[in-house]
Design a binder for this molecule. Structure first.
Ligand SMILES: [Fe+2]
Ligand SMILES: [Fe+2]
Length: 193
């Protein structure tokens, strides 16, 4: 596994400056949340830094790599190819950055769609991506403060914000995002039988 400085150096070359700064912001917030919720700081730092490692790829490259890595394309992914930067990023993290830890790889894989029953690290990366210091949207400060007191509630709010945003834009909504939101809501309300 590469160390953080080497990963950071490679990403600085690969990503555009804004995306690189965003990745550093996600790394920082992920570490803060990992400390708060007793999750491995090292895993949070690596996953945060690497989560957008495939974001610089164009649609053709994302499709080619998806085929190479046998990533299954559903209708939504086929029509919203940028969403593939999560699953493709996980494969690049594994094969280019030599990350073996499955929780780190899953945090990268599911950071844009989410999924049911996310691990604490997966929630932390999803949330850190949302609230890192370069993000600016109505409600971000409230979300930042809830993130420090209740990980599940903040993650649920971030999913609901994503869903509203996607609907307003008239984009396709990935079914995993709905599953992630419903699962969290049931978890919070202790309603799962
Ligand atoms: Fe992303
Ligand atoms: Fe991101």
């Amino acid at each position: 596994m590469l160390d953080l400085d080497s990963i950071s150096e490679i990403l600085r070359e690969k990503l555009d400056p804004k995306r690189y700064l965003h990745s550093l912001g996600v790394q920082k917030v992920a570490v803060d949340l990992a400390v708060r919720y007793n999750v491995s700081i090292e895993k949070a730092a690596i996953a945060g830094l690497l989560h957008d490692c495939a974001k610089n790829l164009n649609n053709n490259e994302l499709l080619q790599l998806s085929s190479k890595f046998d990533i299954l394309l559903d209708n939504v992914l086929r029509n919203n190819i940028k969403l593939l930067h999560g699953p493709v990023g996980a494969e690049l993290a594994k094969y280019k950055f030599c990350i073996e830890d499955i929780d780190i790889l899953n945090a990268i894989r599911f950071h844009s769609t989410g999924r049911e029953n996310m691990s604490p690290l997966e929630k932390i990366i999803f949330l850190a991506d949302y609230i890192e210091p370069n993000r600016d949207f109505a409600g971000v400060d409230q979300l930042r403060s809830i993130a420090l007191s209740n990980l599940d509630r903040a993650t649920l709010m971030a999913f609901e914000h994503t869903i509203e945003y996607v609907l307003k834009k008239g984009d396709l909504l990935h079914v995993s995002t709905i599953h992630a939101r419903n699962y969290l809501l049931l978890d919070i309300n202790h309603k799962r039988s």
